[in-house]
Ligand binder design. Structure first.
Ligand SMILES: O=C([S-])c1cc(C(=O)S)c[n+]([C@@H]2O[C@H](COP(=O)(O)O)[C@@H](O)[C@H]2O)c1
Ligand code: NI
Length: 395
């Protein structure tokens, strides 16, 4: 189970994607053999070399061609793809990608996709970028593809249409529904081809998911920038719950940690907020005394919860305490597998929590609420009840 994570802090373009994927160690010869089957009459050459950008080494992919003003339409490009010896799935995916590009162009220029005449995005280098991207994804075959929020850049770009705003109109169409931002530096950070790659391959956008990095690749961009103009690709081994259970007999999952430092709230309110968070699904809620800025005695409120509850519980903390912010962290968790069993003792029946690693019982803890009832029913101190029950626990 592997996740490909694309870190688009410097945006993404077709050549940056090819570079990052090849830098992960994919077989270059196999990649080039596939591309050579495109009927492009040797009108281009492709150079793959190691390079450095902004102090970061990575792979630079350069597609060289002599064509100046290509005017291909969708059917011209389908004919090129169909005329190749690419695998069936790669052909299909590449054609789907060009259809999406034509739809986006069509929306911008007010034409149906079939009537679009591509300019730069229909040039040989774009065909190589898009077909190459589909080929490399098929070669890597990740279980999932995730990406960061996308730096699109800002300013304007000069192209066959004249001067366009950044992100270019077609880029923005392809990024519909995707979280984007403009970083501090101006320039076209994300191109239509880069946006198309995100549109067709990425399952989810956000921070890096829980996993173990196994391979890291950097794809170099062409522009010189103050910040490293590279796309980072990380291949993460997913922490598969079932796999790790079998491997070590332990369970693994992720837990969200929500925290707020509070120095201005009536302490009587803490009981209510703790109760509310538990009612809404918190796994645990606790308070830690802290000394904050200006030597103020204060309280750190911590709430542990399943990652899919973090948004709901953060909102409760924001609405029902005086804090102005909530820190959220995602942590991995290793757990003993647990089950509740009922046992007989001379004091009566009670529930016991049994914790195991694989088949081996590691701990057995009598349920506190049951113990209180047994102690009361037998009219003995709780401590004594624990001593008696302990003899009946099999660990
Ligand atoms: O080729 C066409 S039709 C074209 C359309 C648009 C629109 O936004 S509409 C933009 N561009 C610009 O061309 C270059 C090439 O992009 P690649 O993805 O092929 O690298 C880029 O600057 C686009 O903004 C072209
Ligand atoms: Ni256009």
């Amino acid at each position: 189970m592997s996740i490909l994570y694309l870190d688009c802090f410097s945006g993404i373009s077709g050549d940056m994607f090819l570079g990052a994927m090849l830098d992960l160690g994919l077989d270059q010869e196999r990649f080039l053999r596939q591309l050579q089957t495109l009927p492009l009459n040797d009108e281009y050459s492709i150079e793959i070399k190691k390079g450095i950008k902004g102090g970061i080494t990575g792979t630079d992919v350069v597609v060289k061609t002599h064509e100046h003003h290509p005017h291909r339409n969708l059917l011209d490009i389908y004919a090129i793809i169909d005329g190749s010896a690419l695998e069936y799935d790669i052909k299909q995916k590449s054609k789907q990608a060009f259809y999406k590009l034509a739809k986006a162009e069509g929306k911008v220029h007010g034409k149906p996709p079939e009537e679009i005449h591509f300019h730069e995005v229909g040039a040989i280098d774009s065909i190589v970028d898009i077909v190459g991207a589909c080929t490399l994804i098929s070669m890597l075959n990740p279980t999932k593809v995730y990406a960061s929020h996308i730096n699109v850049g800002s300013g304007t770009v000069n192209c066959a249409h004249g001067i366009l705003p950044v992100p270019a109109p077609a880029t923005l169409e392809l990024l519909e529904g995707i979280p984007i931002y403009s970083g501090e530096e101006a320039g076209e950070f994300t191109t239509p081809t880069g946006a198309l790659i995100l549109n067709i391959f990425v399952d989810k956008f956000g921070s890096m998911p829980l996993g173990i990095p196994e391979k890291i690749g950097y794809g170099l961009g062409k522009a010189e920038r103050k910040s490293p103009n590279v796309l980072r690709a990380v291949l993460l081994k997913e922490l598969d719950r079932m796999e790790s259970e079998y491997a070590e007999g332990l369970e693994r999952d992720a837990v969200a940690i929500l925290e707020s430092n509070i120095d201005d709230m009536n302490p009587q309110l803490y009981e209510a907020i703790i109760e509310r968070l538990f009612q809404e699904g918190a796994l645990d809620v606790f308070l830690t005394p802290i000394i904050m800025k200006k030597s103020r005695p204060a309280v750190k409120l911590t709430c542990l919860c399943a990652p899919n509850k973090k948004q709901h519980l953060s909102q409760i903390i924001l609405k029902e305490t005086t804090t102005l912010g909530v820190r959220e962290l995602l942590a991995g968790r290793i757990k003993l597998s647990r089950k509740i069993e009922e046992i007989n003792t001379p004091l009566g029946n009670l529930k016991v929590k049994i914790a195991k690693i694989g088949d081996e019982t590691i701990k057995a803890a009598p349920e506190y609420e049951d113990m209180k009832i047994l102690a009361k029913n037998n009219n003995i101190p709780l401590l004594k009840a624990y001593e008696i029950v302990k003899r009946y626990l099999t660990v």
